[in-house]
Design a protein around this ligand. Structure first.
Ligand code: IMP
Ligand code: MG
Length: 331
């Protein structure tokens, strides 16, 4: 068995969906597994020139690869079925490819109602926090209890370990390091594990992990109640040029320059060996290339200078591939 894991090094919305789709398009994966989060996620994917925003379904479905919602996720059945229908109409073979682990927890109407009352964290109001709370309180509802889900259910152990062929997994993460329940800026976090540890919890031991792909943006965005945006008139410009509005909720994302310490922490905690910095084109269009280190803003003359600095500073980390991308569809 071989598994590659995609993690987000910031606050989500760094382009994991694009990276997952590109790796899947060019790889030999037999399975793509979503390992955390639920319909709070919005993965924007451009496939065959068409734009899709997926909340639950992993990107394998665009490439004929089995796409599994793992037990680390929380699933909202109504939204899941709506998403399946949208993909079915677009011609994708959802009924053969999309599977749900029978031990995945369910987001109920009660969870949705409770989350809709949140005024502190600025959640996506999709019911995730209450669903994970009830999971750990041992009073949750699992996928195996929902009759409509039966055609999609699998025992993930049997799927992975009783398979006759070599299994090659791409783990598609949701949210990001700064939102992780343990490592994020608590309490302004989500309720699931957004690190490589979260992937392993879905039934694949560490010795099968090949690559850990860290995905970041060349600047930072965050959505939620805490105040995160820096003080620079260009942040409004970046928001527009970069289309920084939530894929799930439409909320404007708060913008800041790349925070190097956060990226470094996320690289270390996740054991990242391949990195993609996305949205290089946005800073090029705005004509500014700063980053924040130790609370100070360093302004670079060009995108090349900034990229050179980043590359040099990653030399000591165990990173063997660093990519800078300004493309919506490819790395
Ligand atoms: P929740 O996950 O809906 O409980 O929201 C908790 C925090 O995580 C809020 O600040 C949300 O805006 C943020 N969040 C949750 N999912 C995403 C995502 O997919 N992208 C970006 N932010 C997210
Ligand atoms: Mg997103």
């Amino acid at each position: 068995m071989i598994a590659d894991v995609i993690v987000d090094l910031q606050f989500g919305d760094c382009g994991k969906g694009k990276v997952a789709n590109d790796l899947c398009r060019n790889g030999n994966y037999t399975h793509v597994i979503r390992y955390n989060g639920g319909c709070n996620a919005g993965h924007t994917i451009y496939n065959d020139g068409k734009k899709f925003v997926t909340h639950h379904v992993p990107c394998g479905v665009f490439h004929g690869v089995k796409s599994i919602i793992g037990p680390g996720c929380a699933l909202q059945p109504k939204l899941f079925f709506e998403e399946l229908e949208e993909l079915r109409i677009a011609g994708y073979d959802v009924d053969n490819l999309v599977k749900v682990a029978e031990n995945t927890h369910i987001i109920t109407d009660f969870h949705l109602k409770q989350d809709s009352e949140d005024e502190i964290i600025g959640t996506t109001k999709r019911g995730n926090g209450p669903a994970y709370r009830d999971k750990y309180a041992r009073k949750g509802v699992r996928a195996c209890e929902i009759p409509e889900l039966v055609p999609y259910l699998i025992d993930l152990h049997d799927e992975l370990y009783k398979n006759k062929e070599q299994v090659e997994i791409l783990f598609e993460g949701a949210q990001g390091f700064g939102l992780d329940i343990d490592w994020g800026d608590y309490p302004f976090v989500t309720s699931s594990h957004c690190t490589v540890g979260g992937a392993i919890l879905n039934g694949v031991p560490p010795r099968y992990i090949r690559d850990v792909w860290g995905v970041a943006k060349i600047y930072e965005t965050y959505v939620g109640k805490k105040s995160h945006e820096g003080d620079d008139p260009d942040f409004a410009v970046i928001r527009d040029v970069g289309e920084e509005y939530g894929a799930t909720t439409g909320r404007p994302r708060q913008i800041n320059w790349l925070n190097w310490e956060l990226v470094e922490r996320a690289i270390n905690i996740n054991g990242v060996n391949k990195i993609v910095f996305n949205k290089i084109d946005v800073l090029d269009e705005v004509g500014r290339w700063p980053l924040i280190q130790d609370g100070l803003i360093y302004e670079f003359e060009s995108g090349e200078d900034l990229q050179f600095w980043i590359t040099q500073n990653l030399e000591t980390a165990d990173v063997d591939q660093i990519m800078f991308s300004g493309n919506k569809d490819k790395i």
